[in-house]
Ligand binder design. Structure first.
Ligand SMILES: Cc1ncc(COP(=O)(O)O)c(C=O)c1O
Length: 378
């Protein structure tokens, strides 16, 4: 089945008890044993499994073309689980993109989760540099995030995965920005895909969840399931229910996010107050050819640099009336954020950079709003 059909049907079947088409919400944390002590209905305790979580996992595994998915309480919990599930027989060294989402960088730099793990950073769009790093000190895991947050660079998943495999490394891809509708990294050689389902999969800025999807039913799945069960950072039943509901409209939303982002990117490219626009749909983007090859659309995320640095970027953001100044992404509302001030000294974002999650408003209204905010700065 095609992704549009899977997004609506995978993980769902009419409720056998009532015929309800929308799945019931299972809030129970515990389940009755049979008289003989068995659990013939499959459920024991909600940390181990819950019907709404199972349904979400089934849907995401189908969309990513993976063997199984493992759901967590947030994207960061999913990232942490993948790091915790590093293959025990490989080096505890992770090769990261230099412009990785700063939350992952911070996790590895400053918390016990990262203790004992060595990291090296590289420009993941530079295959020669990736090969040199892998040759210098073979990593256990190569981490790809494409498009990246917030510089919107595009890494060639198949090419990086081939280099990683030659070095004996596993490959994880953070697919939050592209979603499985636009990009399926497991088919390009990744072992694990991670999502913040808080973003596009949920799609309405009203839930927190994370997902890790594995290509094979094997050791990665076993280790991730053990972490899910033992560490217990599981999503609530309601968040799973909301995320599954969101997944059904993901194809339609991604098409509209992409069309709106393209229109906004073209407008910003021609504005005199804007120095650079980072959006892979623009022919001028250095990753355009790779994105065209490995993605089925360019997504709803872009960033742009306002001439005049931080003060000008703040002035532009402050003048917006339709676009909301807030962190996060992937919801119906367009959101804008000055990343350098959020991320602090280690940020790779230039002072004038604003990251924009282009929402589902009419593109003409977004363009008018951006124009009114930027015109006084030109
Ligand atoms: C690319 C990427 N990965 C992971 C995360 C973390 O997700 P969460 O906020 O759901 O923990 C984010 C959040 O912004 C993100 O943008």
């Amino acid at each position: 089945m095609r992704p549009e059909t899977l997004a609506v049907h995978a993980g769902r079947r009419p409720d056998p008890a009532t015929g309800a088409v929308s799945p019931p919400l299972h809030l129970s944390t515990t389940y009755e044993r049979d008289p003989d002590g068995a659990f013939s209905r499959g459920y024991v305790y909600a940390r181990g499994a819950n019907p709404n979580r199972d349904a979400l996992e089934e849907c995401l595994a189908a969309l990513e073309g993976g063997a199984a998915a493992v759901a967590f309480a947030s994207g960061m919990a999913a990232v942490d689980a993948v790091i915790g599930a590093l293959p025990p027989d490989r080096p505890r060294r992770i090769l990261l993109p230099h412009d990785i989402y700063y939350g992952v960088r911070s996790l590895l730099a400053a918390t016990p989760a990262g203790a004992g793990i060595q990291t090296a950073v590289v420009d993941m769009t530079d295959l020669g540099a990736v090969a040199a790093e892998c040759a210098a000190a073979p990593p256990g895991l190569v981490w790809i995030e494409t498009p990246s947050n917030p510089l919107v660079t595009v890494a060639d998943i198949a090419a990086v995965a081939a280099i990683a495999r030659q070095a004996g490394a596993a490959v994880a891809v953070d697919n939050t920005w592209a979603t499985p509708l636009l990009q399926t990294p497991l088919a390009l050689g990744a072992d694990v895909v991670v999502h913040s389902a808080t973003k596009y999969i949920g799609g309405h800025s009203d839930l927190m969840a994370g997902i890790a999807v594995v290509r094979e039913d094997g050791p990665w799945l076993e280790r991730l399931r053990a972490i899910q069960h033992h560490r217990g950072a599981v999503p609530s039943a309601f968040d799973c229910w909301l995320a599954l509901r969101g997944a059904g409209s993901l194809p339609a939303r991604m098409a509209m996010h992409g069309a709106n982002a393209m229109a906004v990117a073209r407008f910003l490219s021609g504005h005199p107050a804007v120095g650079a626009v980072h959006y892979p749909g623009l022919e001028s983007h250095p990753g355009h050819a790779v994105a065209r090859r490995q993605m089925r659309g360019f997504g709803g995320m872009l960033s742009f640099v306002v001439r005049g640095g931080q003060a000008a970027a703040f002035a532009a953001a402050a003048a917006l009336k339709v676009v909301t100044r807030a962190t996060s992404l992937g919801g119906t509302h367009s959101l804008i954020e000055h990343r350098a001030s959020i991320e602090g000294a280690s940020s790779v974002a230039p002072a004038g950079l604003l990251r924009m999650s282009v929402g589902l408003e009419h593109p003409d209204d977004l363009i008018a709003d951006l124009g009114a905010a930027l015109d006084p700065l030109a």
